[in-house]
Design a protein around this ligand. Structure first.
Ligand SMILES: *Cc1c(COP(=O)(O)O)cnc(C)c1O
Length: 374
């Protein structure tokens, strides 16, 4: 199986597998227990928390472990908006129509409770401009939530500039950085963000763990999404999954050993040069400012549906995002960019990891050529 879907989930790193198994076996105690085995678990958790905090320029006391970016988005967005709704206010949330599905469904839920929501539209590259964020501000704007890198196009949003605009009006900014973490600069001060969501399995760690970064957490009125026994600053109840967290910590420290821009760029170049050489019509979606690990291509003379069907067992590729790949509707991201059904069905998302070789790209190119008419 040639795996070209690292954006949906990055291959697990060897060190990650190792610590995942060893911790599950040896550190089964509850990390909140006060005996020494519990304390050893807590040490692993706190070590990972420090590694995570360091990696984004934050304090450990601002890092909350969650089950992943979906939960982090829930904790942050609902956590900020719900207390205001409960106080009888009518808060306003600004987000975009290109966000991950989970942010859109959180937004719709909050709308049903009386929150006002503005869904910003991107430019034709899929980018959200700081000026349109600024134009959307209202008296009651309580939060702006814009993703750092789009998971279908790879488009990079100008978060630092959006952050400046928000800061000048004292409006907090959240960014879902699941796709940019450890691949681009994601220092919370450089990006001017107050909240950030991260996911372990997008950087070679295990699924089921992630981070909500919350600036000055202890001074804020954030409501928990999972009420529990006081874990994670009272914001996220439940016994901490020591193996998942320890393994995520190792992924954070090891990822850059595996993932390099040089290698990823080379694979992308080989793919595009191969398409040129074979005279295959293609269009790159998402503009010029995209992350190297991912490319969205529309191949208008190729039968992409047949290619995917015939290579189901040998090539792991996506149309749109993994979450919507099984639905019959074109993805909400491609629809937002005015793709019709036909164009959407001829669009492929190809994403790379350190495991891919030039041979993988060659095989993919051969398949594309096979399914392209003249
Ligand atoms: C993968 C992804 C998520 C969901 O993360 P989970 O950890 O799987 O919940 C959210 N947002 C973006 C941009 C993603 O790429």
């Amino acid at each position: 199986m040639i795996y070209l879907d690292s954006v949906a989930s990055y291959p697990s790193l060897p060190e990650v597998d190792e610590i995942l198994y060893s911790t599950a076996k040896n550190n089964f105690a509850n990390p909140s227990s006060s005996h020494s085995l519990g304390e050893q678990g807590k040490e692993l958790v706190e070590g990972a928390r420090e590694a995570a905090a360091d990696s984004i320029g934050a304090l450990s006391s601002e890092v909350v472990f969650t089950s992943g970016a979906t939960e982090s988005n829930n904790l942050i967005i609902k956590g900020v908006i719900l207390p205001l709704l409960l106080k009888g206010q009518k808060p306003h949330l600004i987000t975009s129509i290109l966000e991950h599905k989970c942010v859109l469904s959180i937004s719709r839920y909050l709308e049903s409770l009386g929150c006002e929501v503005t869904y910003l539209h991107p430019n034709s590259d899929g980018e959200i401009q700081p000026s349109i964020v600024k134009n959307a501000f209202r008296e009651n704007t309580a939060l702006v939530s814009i993703m750092h890198v789009n998971n279908e196009l790879g488009t990079i949003n100008p978060i630092a500039e959006i952050g400046e605009v928000c800061m000048s009006e004292k409006i907090p900014l959240h960014t879902d950085a699941a796709q940019s973490y450890l691949k681009l600069e994601t220092d919370v001060d450089e990006l001017n963000v107050d909240f950030m969501s991260l996911s372990s399995h997008k950087v070679g760690g295990p699924k089921g763990v992630g981070i909500a970064y919350i600036r000055d957490l202890k001074d804020l009125d954030i409501s928990p999404v999972v009420h529990g026994a006081g874990q994670e600053f009272g914001l996220r109840g439940g016994t901490l999954p020591t193996p998942l967290i320890a393994a995520f910590g190792v992924a954070i420290q090891s990822f850059s050993k595996y993932y390099t821009l040089e290698k990823t760029n080379k694979l992308k170049r080989q793919l595009l040069e191969g398409l040129e050489k074979a005279n295959i019509k293609y269009r790159i979606n998402g503009g010029r400012n995209v992350i190297p690990s991912c490319i969205s291509l529309t191949l208008s003379s190729s039968n992409i549906q047949a290619l995917l069907r015939c290579n189901h067992a040998s090539l792991a590729l996506s149309q749109g995002s993994a979450c919507s790949a099984r639905s019959i509707e074109p993805s909400h991201v491609l629809t937002a960019l005015n793709f019709d059904r036909e164009q959407a069905s001829k669009t492929l998302r190809i994403s790379f990891s350190h495991k891919n070789t030039g041979e993988d790209i060659k095989i993919l190119l051969d398949e594309i050529i096979k399914f392209t008419g003249n």
